[in-house]
Ligand binder design. Structure first.
Ligand code: FAD
Length: 468
């Protein structure tokens, strides 16, 4: 028998076995279906051999047992919105699509917890708990379509990171299926637990490489009564950053503290009629303040005082949902508008200590001078030091190579100022070459040993995080 025939036979046998384990209706092996699962937000394309849509922990356990016995790669997948290739099946094998496991198991207002299946869309959880006046704060911009399973695997964050933290800060307990199909439970459904090692934290952010989540219990908070939004115009970046620092130094903790640079402003200028920003404006801060009605009023006036002392040109405030939405449209317009200046972009998500933000932006300006044919636009969560640096380039291999070289310099500089190469999007396969810039050899070895301990055959999301 030649190798191609034997491979085909093995694939057919595995598909047949999968049909028996989870039902034919949950197994997809025709090419058209498989292509739908070949990419994610990183725009790479690797077609899996088969796609399985499990409906229960029992299904997931059986699939992993089969994959383990046959050494078949398994790629867990939520909505496929990841930006670093976490869900792309770089070695073929099985894609495990968690979107059908989308039940909210329970919401317990008295315990301030919710237990969900991994395929629940983040915004669905947020709106369901809001019915009980409860709040699930982690809010990636992808919340309307990304899943809680994906968020936990990437430890996603968003605009509320400064005040409320990221996904990691809300995960209390996980049901995890390990590479060999065994099922474990980490943590407790209690708000405190220090019994043994914190395995929950180990799995959060593990990008589908250590285990597969089938149930997730998260912590909830009371829903803030009111939110006020301020859009502040500055003539210089320094004034905007100085204002952000002064806000924090004055013991104020906004729900969101977003920075938008001159290049981003230029992009959105002509993008939407309703967004008009005077030419002399070089930087914007977009600030959300939340809490009880009276405290929001008091904090908002303190923030206004601080930004004015730091040379704000104009402050626009919005208290109702419609007005707030109009101000946030400025921020939302940036990503699509960036394509006005060049057809391709690499979006980095570096994070530095807030005290080093001005320094990293100045360093990026300096690097940019050596790559004049590229465009750079930076914006993001200045409150928690997480800046989205977008390097924009034109068509052609040469331009792409220049952009990649520039990115490497930006990442090295980020590490030099005490920052991290990924505050939000994870490593996947897109950034694995850069991992050693930040993680020293001994720490890398420990990480690989953990991976080997939990997945000795390397079947869970192979080709991710580490260079092989
Ligand atoms: C427009 C846009 C805006 C975005 N904004 C943000 C943002 O503000 N902040 C941010 O952090 N990210 C952001 N992202 C990135 C992305 O949405 C997040 O990483 C998100 O958490 C991915 O969720 P997903 O359900 O799409 O997961 P997928 O992309 O399908 O998978 C992501 C990773 O999770 C693993 N995984 C999925 N389900 C499971 C499971 N049940 N068990 C184990 N592993 C699993 C996958 O193997 C993969 O490694 C954005 C993406 C887009 C396209």
């Amino acid at each position: 028998m030649n190798t191609t025939t034997s491979k085909k036979t093995k694939a057919a046998l595995v598909t047949e076995k999968l049909n028996q384990l989870v039902g034919k209706e949950n197994v997809f092996s025709v090419l058209e279906d498989r292509i739908c699962y070949s990419y994610d937000g990183s725009k790479q394309k690797y077609v899996p051999d088969v796609v399985v849509r499990p409906r229960s922990t029992h299904h997931v356990s059986a699939i992993l047992q089969l994959a383990h016995e046959n050494e078949i790669p398994v790629y867990p997948r939520g909505a496929g919105s990841g930006l670093t290739g976490g869900a792309v099946p770089v070695k073929g094998g099985i894609v495990l699509d968690f979107t059908p496991m989308n039940h909210i198991v329970e919401i317990r207002p008295e315990d301030l917890t919710a237990t969900v299946e991994p395929g629940v869309v983040t915004q669905t959880l947020q709106s369901e708990v809001a019915k009980y006046k409860l709040f699930y704060p982690p809010d990636p911009a992808s919340a309307p379509f990304s899943t809680i399973g994906g968020n936990v695997a990437e430890c996603s964050g968003g605009i509320t990171g400064l005040k409320y933290g990221v996904t990691r800060d809300y995960v209390l307990s996980l049901q995890v299926v390990l590479a060999d199909g065994s099922v474990i439970h980490t943590g407790r459904k209690t708000l405190k637990s220090v019994t043994g090692y914190d395995l929950t934290r180990l799995f959060v952010g593990s990008e589908g490489t250590l285990g597969v989540f089938t149930q997730i219990t998260v912590k909830l908070l009371p829903l803030p009564e009111k939110i006020e939004t301020l859009l502040v115009f500055f003539a210089t970046t320094q004034d905007a950053i100085q204002s952000a620092n002064q806000i924090i130094l004055n013991n104020l903790l906004p729900r969101a503290l977003e920075f938008i640079d001159k290049s981003s402003i230029t992009c959105i200028q002509g993008y939407k009629q309703e967004i008009q920003i005077p030419d002399e404006v070089d930087a914007l801060l977009l600030i959300d303040i939340d809490g009880r009605e009276t405290s929001v009023k008091a904090e908002a006036s303190l923030v206004k005082e601080i930004v004015r002392k730091n040379n704000a040109i104009r402050v626009t405030s919005a208290e109702n949902a419609q007005e707030r939405d109009a101000l946030w449209e400025v921020r939302r317009a940036i990503s699509p508008a960036l394509y006005n200046i060049a057809p391709y972009k690499i979006n980095e998500d570096i994070c530095v200590p807030r005290s080093r933000i001005l320094e990293i932006l100045e360093r990026i300006d300096g690097i940019h001078k050596r790559y004049p044919s590229l465009k750079v636009a930076s914006f993001g969560h200045i409150g928690d030091g997480n800046i989205h640096v977008n390097v924009m380039y034109d068509k052609g291999d040469q331009q792409k190579a220049l952009a990649e070289r520039m990115i490497e310099e930006i990442l090295s500089n980020t590490v030099e100022v005490g920052g991290t190469i990924s505050g939000e999007h994870g490593i996947g396969n897109v950034k694995s070459a850069f991992l050693p810039l930040e993680i020293p050899p001994r720490e890398l070895e420990i990480m690989k040993n953990i991976k080997h301990l939990l997945d000795p055959k390397g079947i869970l999301n192979p080709g991710k995080i580490f260079l092989e």
